[in-house]
Design a protein around this ligand. Structure first.
Ligand code: NA7
Length: 544
């Protein structure tokens, strides 16, 4: 790479989602010249792409928002308890305009490679359309659920109708009225989308492989008293969120299920069902560690399905298998999900009985020979989660070391934020962090603040590079795995947490289950001990 052709900045941030925008805001304030490179033609990341009907956050809107500006949090009004995709997108766009960030974001700039040059200690970043950038720091803010995945089903290309992936939904929307629609996938995206498609389509066929637990979101218009309370107490509530395992203010029950009576457990599950969405995950402190408590929660949910769904056979098919511990596949939060199967124009196709054999020019054929004639196929089939977006870029560190090679048996990081062999490369809200078990905005802010402080430290002390040490990284990876092994996640490996939904991916548990509170404490300790576990080098001297 000739530097003469490259645009020189201090930091390149890859991705203009919630994390990338926050990184730009913070780094620019400390005088770093930042450029955000965004692959698509719009800002907002997840909330730009996932425009499917019903797309909505499963963390309360008041929590799922930036904390860095008191004026912003006072001015912004969330109209619902859980914000819709449109509202979050409007929010990100508001933030970008309000803080004049747009001028440092380059759209349609898909990064294809980032290569560390040891001679000058800089990252050479290239985009698909041939643009080149040279930066001292490279921040990957590409997201853990952003590399959309269409399954390798025979015949997908031959389909003559229209096909869409939930994470690549057309900006102009899709009119499904009068159509025969097939939805493949019943994870968070599928279960949010299905009730709304059912209202539009002539007929909806839901192709379900593994039924998941879908809790009623209990979404509603924003309660003005609650909003007022938040606006009066934002700083405390933000602080409180960071002192929890999950990074938000959802009420957790500190009691263990096994310490209370069956009646009390049932009453708590009922209360959680009414609270809605992910609250069930916080019913008891041991819900993810005690198989009996967890199984009881699962039975409770199955009973609800039986009560809601009229047709017993359909109800049975919608029930998650007993070996799937509740929450070990990410719990879904929906509205009218199970009720939708009582409609005459909805058919559940149970792929556990007969898997999809092929997509045909006119629809979908299953292994029992059934042919489903379709005008539209919606792939709600998820993502190459946690690592996909990072590994789709050809990232090379010292000595040409490729990140793809380094992570071929699973991600290896120190604190989730850096990886040995890749100096000055920061990974935001990626694997081996609490990201997917927490409030993503909070996680992104925690990372951005840490990286921002780290860069300030390097700049102030004229340090050229920071790099994670291999032994510290090994210890972190062991710690991540060790914590996961004490939970029910270790037993239910059929989820994207384990990479199970991506063919050829190693089965490694990728998130950090230790909680935001503990994670934040660890990040702080490392800094307090002079960036323990990292090597900081300057041209004059190298010190560990
Ligand atoms: P998910 O949760 O990965 O769900 C994908 C769904 O697609 C899931 O039901 C899969 O079944 C199904 N799937 C995937 N491939 C196939 C094939 N080949 N045949 C049939 N069914 C298939 O993705 P989402 O987009 O819903 O949600 C991702 C996260 O985004 C979510 O957890 C939130 O954190 C936000 P499977 O379970 O693999 O049997």
């Amino acid at each position: 790479l000739g530097d003469e052709a490259a645009q020189v900045v201090d930091a390149v941030v890859v991705g203009a989602g919630l994390a990338g925008v926050s990184a730009l805001y913070h780094l620019r304030r400390q005088g770093i010249r930042v450029l955000v490179l965004e692959a698509s033609d719009g800002i907002g990341g997840t909330w730009y792409h996932n425009r499917y009907p019903g797309a909505r956050c499963d963390i309360e809107s008041l929590d799922y928002s930036y904390s860095f500006s008191e004026e912003l949090q006072q001015d912004w009004h969330w109209s619902e308890r859980y914000a819709s995709q449109q509202e979050i997108l409007a929010y990100v766009q508001h933030v970008v305009d309000r803080f004049d960030l747009r001028k440092d974001i380059e759209l349609n700039a898909r990064v294809v490679s980032a290569v560390f040059d040891e001679t000058d200690g800089r990252w050479a970043v290239r985009t698909e359309n041939g643009q080149q950038f040279s930066a001292k720091y490279c921040l990957l803010a590409t997201g853990v659920l952003s590399a959309a995945q269409v399954p390798q089903i025979r015949g997908t290309e031959s389909f003559q109708g229209r096909s869409y992936h939930t994470a690549d939904w057309p900006t102009e929307g899709v009119d499904l009225s009068g159509d025969r629609v097939g939805v493949i996938g019943t994870g968070s995206s599928g279960t949010q989308l299905i009730p709304l498609v059912a209202e539009q389509a002539a007929h909806l066929y839901v192709f379900q492989r593994t039924p998941n637990f879908v809790m009623p979101a209990q979404n509603r218009p924003m309660d003005p008293d609650l909003e007022r309370h938040w606006k009066e107490h934002y700083p405390e509530l933000r602080k409180k969120a960071r002192a929890t395992r999950n990074g938000h203010n959802q009420i957790s029950n500190p009691l263990r299920g096994k310490d209370v009576s069956p009646e009390e457990r049932r009453a708590e599950f009922e209360r959680r069902w009414e609270l809605g969405g992910l609250y069930m995950m916080r019913a008891f402190a041991d819900i993810l560690t005690d198989p009996e408590v967890n199984a009881e929660a699962g039975d409770f949910a199955r009973e609800k399905i039986r009560q809601i769904v009229d047709d017993p056979a359909t109800a049975e098919a919608l029930m998650p298998p007993r070996e799937l511990a509740l929450g070990t596949k990410r719990l879904c939060s929906g509205t009218n999900y199970y009720e939708t199967y009582n409609r005459d124009n909805v058919t559940l196709v149970n792929l556990r009985e007969a898997p999809i054999e092929a997509v045909t020019p006119t629809g979908i054929r299953t292994a029992d020979g059934s042919e489903y004639e379709l005008d539209v196929i919606v792939y709600a089939t998820g993502f190459d989660a946690m690592t996909g977006s990072f590994l789709r870029i050809d990232v090379r560190g010292r000595g040409g070391l490729s990140l793809r090679e380094k992570w071929q048996h699973g991600p290896r990081t120190y604190l989730g934020v850096m990886t040995h062999g890749f100096p000055n490369l920061f990974i935001l809200a990626g694997p081996q962090t609490p990201s997917v078990f927490s409030n993503m905005v909070n996680q992104a802010e925690i990372h951005v603040e840490w990286v921002n402080e780290c860069i300030a430290h390097l700049e102030k002390n004229e340090i050229d590079t920071i790099e994670a040490n291999e032994d510290a990284e090994n210890a972190w990876v062991d710690h991540v795995n060790e914590l996961a092994s004490r939970t029910l996640y270790a037993q239910s490996r059929n989820s994207w947490f384990w990479g199970a939904n991506t063919p050829g991916k190693p089965r490694v548990f990728m998130p950090y289950v230790g909680g935001i509170d503990r994670y934040l404490q660890k990040l702080g300790e490392v800094v307090a001990h002079g960036y323990e576990g990292f090597t900081l080098r300057s041209r004059q001297l190298a010190r560990a």
